[in-house]
Design a protein around this ligand. Structure first.
Ligand SMILES: [Zn+2]
Ligand SMILES: [Zn+2]
Length: 495
């Protein structure tokens, strides 16, 4: 094989070459031994080290990448000169080509850098399009509660006394508000029973959102596994954009009127319906319902009825402790009304019921236990005591430091690298939807904030990173080239 060296030159060299006789220009330039050594030395430079000026078919700055001839162009100086070594005769043997102008080489280089940055930008955009739906559409739960064991037990009587000393002789510790996987809880109805026993309860009211199914299933389980030792009272949490109320001691789901935004009449009808079924109505977590959502600057629920209105409409009581939150104003109202306001739906008329609830969705600490005393531990006897408002409670806002830790979900661990990445892209836009209605919608109009400054800074960071990458890339390529040359020369001289 005859190798031909096309030595690139600057403009003065080209002028000199062009001035030579035609025969001289056409001569085949056979490489000298020194040139062959240099060619071998440069041929070991990896292709990736200078892709913008080397590669098959590229010669003398020409961007003829589709050429079928096998030419290799190697930098003889960093971004300064190009040497093409052809392995066949197709490229006019002996032709001495001029190098591209410096401006053209810079242009070609800038074009390649632009393509590379563009490809990275497309990749990042595609990644965002891929991962955001994963995060928003797939309900990715961090923990797997299915394998949790509740083989421990706490007893609040160890360190708590009733708020009302009159009820110090109690034998029922009741959780008045709990959820299961039938709605948005994480524990199955069966697990909820086991968990509640571990938390020191011997009775619970299961109140899944807008369904009694979880309560009925938990009751069946408790009856078979803990007959006479643990009582489940079925119920549901009437949940919408105006109010959350527990309907307790009912076996039928109650739905009345507008689901998301019930009117005053709808609420009154629902209360009457529950009473008709033999149940009781407890208004839940007023602090949570009226809590002001910062971004929306309005209460969480829309147009929540006042305590006095609800009393007038016939509710039976109020939840004055929900998780660690104690509703002091409502509690003070109930205490003040205890001797004057009596529910006439009860015989004899009774004051408003004071109720507490863990509102458990995921297992954690317990803060409040409704207490009462019964002769026999049955559903009827417990409901009778509640109906007559013969209850008090234990309360500890620090919680009982319950045991038990769920394992991470294998699905979460597998998808988290994508899902968590989605949160990065989602941080560019904030969307405030307000409280979920529990009927597939939200209670307030969306507020969408696009953080243009963050997006602009992200683009700037990306460009800065690309420039830094190019600089490092070129610097390392040059250092690699020089090191290989030096090594080759040392080896050659030692031979
Ligand atoms: Zn609620
Ligand atoms: Zn609830």
């Amino acid at each position: 094989m005859t190798a031909h060296i096309h030595q690139t030159n600057d403009k003065s060299d080209n002028a000199e070459v062009l001035a030579q006789p035609r025969q001289a220009q056409d001569r085949v330039v056979s490489p000298t031994v020194e040139e062959q050594h240099r060619a071998q030395e440069e041929a070991v430079i990896p292709y990736w080290s200078t892709p913008e000026i080397s590669g098959p078919g590229i010669h003398d700055g020409d961007t003829d990448r589709g050429s079928s001839s096998h030419a290799r162009c190697l930098p003889s100086r960093f971004l300064d000169n190009v040497k093409c070594w052809h392995s066949d005769e197709e490229h006019h043997p002996g032709e001495v080509k001029s190098t591209a102008s410096g401006r053209q080489r810079i242009g070609d280089y800038a074009l390649l850098v632009g393509k590379r940055v563009g490809a990275m930008a497309v990749f990042i955009a595609a990644l965002a399009v891929l991962v955001i739906p994963i995060h928003s559409l797939i309900e990715l739960r961090t923990f797997d509660f299915a394998a949790m064991k509740f083989d421990w037990k706490t007893d609040p009587r160890d360190h708590l006394v009733p708020v009302d000393p009159e009820y110090s002789d109690f034998n029922v510790l009741l959780d008045g508000h709990a959820h299961t996987t039938i709605s948005d809880g994480r524990l199955t109805p069966e697990q909820l029973v086991e968990y509640s026993i571990a938390q020191g309860f011997n009775a619970i009211i299961v109140t899944d959102h807008n369904t009694v199914a979880g309560g009925l299933r938990a009751e069946t389980y408790a009856k078979s596994k803990y007959p006479g030792r643990f009582i489940v009272v079925p119920g549901m949490e009437y949940s919408n954009c105006r109010i959350h109320m527990n309907f307790i001691n009912i076996n039928t789901t109650v739905t009345v009127g507008n689901k998301e935004f019930p009117s005053d009449d709808n609420i009154k009808q629902a209360i009457a319906k529950v009473h008709e079924l033999g149940g009781l109505v407890i208004v839940n977590h007023i602090p949570w319902s009226n809590h002001s959502l910062d971004r929306i600057q309005a209460p969480r629920l829309v147009n929540h009825p006042s305590v006095q209105s609800l009393v007038d409409w016939g509710v039976d009581g109020f939840e004055i402790a929900n998780q660690a939150t104690f509703d002091l104003p409502t509690y003070q109202y109930m205490v003040s009304q205890r001797t004057t306001t009596h529910r006439t739906t009860v015989d004899p008329p009774a004051p408003l019921i004071i109720m507490t609830g863990s509102d458990v969705h995921t297992p954690g600490s317990a803060y409040a236990w409704t207490i009462l005393k019964v002769q026999n531990l049955t559903r009827d006897s417990i409901v009778r005591e509640i109906r007559h408002a013969r209850t008090s409670f234990l309360f500890d806002p620090t919680g009982n430091h319950a045991n038990g830790r769920p394992n991470y979900s294998a699905r979460y661990l597998a998808l988290a690298p994508l899902s968590e990445l989605a949160q990065y892209f989602e941080s560019f836009v904030d969307r405030y939807q307000g409280q979920y209605s529990f009927h597939g919608t939200h209670c307030r109009r969306d507020i969408v904030d696009v953080h243009g400054k963050s997006i602009g800074c992200f683009v700037a960071y990306f460009i800065a990173a690309a420039i830094l990458f190019e600089l490092l890339y070129k610097m390392l390529s040059y250092m690699w080239l020089q090191a290989r040359r030096l090594c080759s020369r040392i080896i050659r001289r030692s031979e």
